[in-house]
Design a protein around this ligand. Sequence first.
Ligand code: AMP
Length: 213
Amino acid sequence: MKLILLGAPGAGKGTQAEILCKKLSIPTISTGNILRAAIKEGTPTGLKAKSFIDAGALVPDEVIIGIVDERLARDDCQGGYILDGVPRTIAQAEALEKAGIAFDAVVSIEISEEEILRRMSGRRVCEACGSSYNVEAVPPRVEGVCDNCGGKLIQRKDDTPETVRERLKVYHTETEPLVDFYRRRGLLRSVQSADTKDETTWAILKALGMEGK
Ligand code: AMP
């Protein structure tokens, strides 16, 4: 199964990708997580990406395409994968097509702008493994501590209201056109983001014809 998760920032792509990769036993490739790890390690890619991320802008396509090419070539991707947060521009989607990568489905998680702003203020991520939580909707078992690895939960710098507004603007101009791009290819499955993560997972599996999973 080769799957793309599309959706505005805060739609729940990361949370759903984590759940689905366990259920389907395939890895998730999250360019956001890869970039944050690169920044933390101080690699050349991280240094290049930091100012874009902090400003709520997109990291240049050639950087992203390089990261994805390298990641998809690894052994664990040979049985399929979930792309979370990539592609984010038509140029990235075209680069994937050019590389001969065909997807089984593209799930677009739909959510209102009002709900996005509400969710983003409550989002917390693990600084060690990148798992994401929400203080209201998806709280960790112990406040401030990651369920998966025991790491510390922090608020992302780019989740401040001002940066979120910029990210939404970028989403509408750069990423939303991908919905039509994949609809034209017959791959699009639209799913409404629900109040709980389990309901959203169920809706995604139903859209994929995999209710039994
Ligand atoms: P995310 O964790 O997916 O919300 O990504 C956080 C930030 O990383 C984004 O706001 C962008 O600055 C950058 N980023 C992640 N994925 C991409 C991508 N596919 N293309 C460009 N920038 C990206």
